[in-house]
Design a binder for this molecule. Structure first.
Ligand code: HDD
Length: 667
């Protein structure tokens, strides 16, 4: 727990129900003496209507569910704090971006987009990264994703896009997958989606952890200073641990081993005190430079390359507290792009404008009426005072005898005072249902993305296209997508066409520009919070294992002993039984025994699978025999012998050895 409780945490106390030893009551507070049998006429007779406890209990149960979010239904949340580095008064009046003396409380919800509430975490999908800042001037919601661009340019296409990616309407198949006909039909007919699709086919779509992914506000927003001067801004979250991903084959297996993989990882890290941290950065564009790019700042399918406008770090968020009740907090939290504070404003991005309608609208349905801002997780920390009244689930008792303005009876209160001022932008235009020609280029930045990838990233992108289009039944859809790939890059198009057994499409002449910041190579490296399985069995040299383990744990790694039988091995407690553990739940493996484990197919598979997924593998003592039995070649990231502690730690910190040739490894 953080040493000092923040204002949001203290405010939540009013809604908290501590567990104590007082007796059970009904919802009306009447004591209950028996809850296991309904009231009936005779031991074998019918249940009586009079049994109010029975009726209340069943009714409450029947009404437990609320509609899941139409997108981003599956998510996990955490509270945190945001600490500003230096006042930004030259750019914005926002109080929380000017006051460095105290941190701003936050709540973050991470999510997948397409799947239902109970779907697996590790699917190929965009991840939501929504942050509520509880500022002294009200809530500011930064409702972002882990990709900096989006599928469509105008929010009026959002229902079409979501209908296409969701399970197909006749049989509700497939769950939480984009690998099906309707999604790719939408893509081939809507080329504005192609840049986003490049991100979706990359490993960015399968993050190792919510703690190891970036976040983006996507749209161009506006900061406004005290002089009323505007500056365009793009918001970025940068994870302190670096941006890392899983590999596709691993993802498929994690879904069975632990469908809650990302949610559990976040929860456990916070419980352990390894608080996830993200740096908030901004890209700033003066209004005078609005038209100095070869794309439109209002087009949400485009990035501003970091090499063109560098990121300026402005503060750091630390997630330090898990919610106490999933439904009350994580399910009921309600984000809205239009929740802004003075000094932060919108741009005319048509996607953002649509969102500014949609989020409030959806919360009214999902949370059952207009009083959802009173739900504890949604309440701003500053007091709410206005003439809004009544509605379902009103919790407040307004004492004022008036609820209109102006009034003379209540002294005119509450009075509109100095507050949010919309940016003074001159707007002039004819009513027209048409996109600006500056939104027309759908290929250049998809090419930029491809050009910026390392070889292993390109291979993974090709493999992803083949997996996805391999699940598409209609040939004309595959052909349509491949035609677009010919406009993105001939190398990409040729490989995908070949894999699908299709002729090469017409190839465009493409540019060779790259933005190195788009590649996931060169991330900060650390062993901290990496999960390592130590495979042991009776006969393991416990002293050698203990020395390695202490060294790794000293660097912040999490080691778990995996053994064929629960209990302990050589006095070291076993954390997980081999038959209940998959290598895919770990970042790296140490084989610490050979004689007992080498004959076991499951142990051999464990190390072989880890090898296939590019993970660091260490061997101590007779552990080498297990690697031999699994026929593992000596390769990069397979370490043993003298100085293993340091060598292995360096290998684990490197995340994955993508350069290994694993195509023929049969795990
Ligand atoms: Fe959205 C939820 C992010 C476009 C309409 N969106 C939602 C969430 C995130 C995003 C992170 C989950 C919030 C939570 O955890 O509760 N959405 C984005 C981003 C977009 C985007 C980064 C593009 C840049 N969204 C978008 C458009 C529309 C919506 C264009 C509609 C016009 N989004 C919604 C929604 C949701 C939602 C239907 C579902 C549940 C909710 O809002 O609270 O209103």
């Amino acid at each position: 727990m953080p040493s000092e409780r923040d204002p949001k945490d203290r405010q939540l106390d009013a809604g908290r129900v501590p567990l104590d030893d007082r007796g059970m009551t009904t919802d009306q507070g009447s004591p209950v003496d028996h809850t296991d049998d309904s009231l009936r006429a005779g031991e074998r007779g019918p249940t009586l209507m009079e049994d109010f406890h029975f009726r209340e209990k069943l009714t409450r149960f029947d009404h437990e569910r609320i509609p899941e979010r139409v997108v981003h239904a599956r998510g996990a949340g955490a509270y945190g704090t945001f600490q500003l580095y230096e006042p930004l008064g030259d750019l914005t009046t926002a109080a929380f971006l000017n006051d460095t003396s105290k941190p701003t409380p936050t709540f973050v919800r991470f999510s997948t987009v397409a799947g239902s509430r109970g779907s697996a975490d590790t699917v190929r999908d965009v991840r939501g990264f929504a942050t509520k800042f509880y500022t002294s001037e009200g809530n500011f919601d930064l409702v972002g994703n882990n990709f900096p661009v989006f599928f469509i340019q105008d929010g009026i296409k959002f229902p079409d896009f979501v209908h296409a990616v969701k399970p197909e309407p006749h049989n509700e198949i497939p769950q939480a997958q984009s690998a099906h006909d309707t999604f790719w039909d939408f893509v081939q007919l809507q080329p504005e989606s192609l840049h986003m699709i490049m991100w979706l086919m990359s490993d960015r779509a399968i993050p190792r952890s919510f703690r190891m992914m970036q976040g983006f506000g996507v749209h161009t927003f506006r900061l406004v200073n005290a002089q009323g001067q505007g500056t365009f801004v793009k918001w970025h979250w940068r994870p302190v641990l670096g941006t890392y991903s899983l590999v596709w084959d691993e993802v498929l297996r994690i879904q069975g081993n632990d469908p809650d993989f990302n949610r559990r990882d976040l929860w456990e890290a916070i419980e352990r005190g390894a608080f996830p941290e993200y740096e908030l950065c901004v890209q700033l564009v003066p209004e005078s430079k609005e038209h100095s790019f070869d794309f439109d700042l209002l087009d949400a399918t485009k990035i501003i390359p970091e090499e063109q406008v560098p990121l300026r770090p402005i503060g750091r968020m630390t997630l330090n507290r898990n919610p106490q009740n999933f439904f009350a907090e994580t399910e009921q939290v309600a984000f809205h792009t239009a929740n802004v504070v003075p000094g932060i404003d919108f741009s005319n991005d048509p996607l953002l404008q649509a969102r500014n309608f949609s989020y409030l609208d959806t919360q009214l349905l999902r949370l059952g009426g207009p009083n959802f801002p009173q739900i504890p997780v949604n309440r701003p920390v500053n007091e709410v005072r206005n003439d809004q009244r009544d509605g379902f689930h009103q919790h407040l008792i307004h004492e004022s005898r008036t609820s209109y303005a102006p009034n003379s009876i209540s002294g005119g209160h509450p009075m509109a005072t100095d507050g949010y001022k919309h940016y003074q932008e001159r707007v002039d235009g004819v009513k027209i249902r048409k996109r600006s020609p500056s939104f027309d280029d759908h290929y250049s930045q998809a090419t930029l993305f491809w050009n910026s990838m390392a070889d292993w990233e390109k291979q993974h992108i090709v493999a992803a296209y083949l997996f996805e289009l391999g699940h598409v039944e209609r040939k004309h859809i595959k052909e349509g997508v491949v035609r677009h790939l010919g406009q993105i890059h001939p190398d990409l198009a040729a490989q995908v066409a070949e894999g699908l057994g299709l002729p090469e499409p017409p190839m465009a002449e493409v540019h060779a520009n790259a933005s190195p910041a788009l590649s996931m190579t060169g991330q900060p490296q650390s062993v901290a919070t990496r999960k390592i399985a130590i495979l042991m069995a009776d006969g393991t040299d416990a002293a050698e294992v203990t020395a390695l383990r202490e060294s790794l744990e000293g660097k912040g790694a999490i080691c778990e002993v995996v053994a064929p039988v629960e209990g302990s091995v050589g006095g070291i407690p076993v954390d997980r039984q081999l038959s209940a553990a998959g290598s895919v739940l770990y970042d790296a493996v140490v084989a610490a025994d050979g004689s007992a484990l080498a004959p076991l197919g499951r142990a051999q598979f464990f190390v072989k699978e880890a090898f296939k997924h590019g993970k660091a593998i260490g061997a101590v003592g007779s552990g080498r025999e297990l690697l031999e039995a699994a026929q593992l070649p000596s390769d990069v990231g397979v370490v043993m012998g003298d100085g293993i502690a340091e060598k292995f730690a360096t290998a684990v910190a490197g995340h994955r050895f993508y350069e290994r040739d694993v195509a023929s490894v049969p795990a």
